[in-house]
Design a protein around this ligand. Sequence first.
Ligand code: 4NP
Length: 152
Amino acid sequence: MAKRILMVCLGNICRSPLAHGIMAQMLPDSFVDSAGTGLYHIGSPPDPRSIEVAKLNEIDIQYQSSRQFEPKDFGDFDHIYVMDRQNYRDVVAKAKTLDEVNKVELLCEAADMGSVPVPDPYYGNDDGFQKVFDLVNNACGRIVKKLEENDA
Ligand code: 4NP
């Protein structure tokens, strides 16, 4: 069940690197990557608070490097999971076909957890990163189960 999965947030330093690391660990045979819709942090490693919360959960994301989402990603990935509605609008704005639009889903919606965003923890305290980890971990687990069911 190898899939090509892209996780997207704004800066690609807080939320999507966690989603990237979590999904890569859940689906070791799949190609998982992450990107940001913004330009602020290109080439930067994840935020130290994301690295730390991942490490506490035995996931190593320190070698990831932030990059910007590009239209080519629509061809390179089967599923594009975005963290919030603004990410959704920004990614879909770059789509050229309905097929490309249909690859884009809100992470929690794809996980049947309702239309809730993964909140941006950047300006909050460390607690926000653990909350993001738990939410994304839960969502990824549910998505993996659905992908496996669809493949069966
Ligand atoms: P992320 O968080 O989208 O989860 O990576 C953010 C990181 C940086 C900024 C905003 C959100 N920023 O404005 O620099």
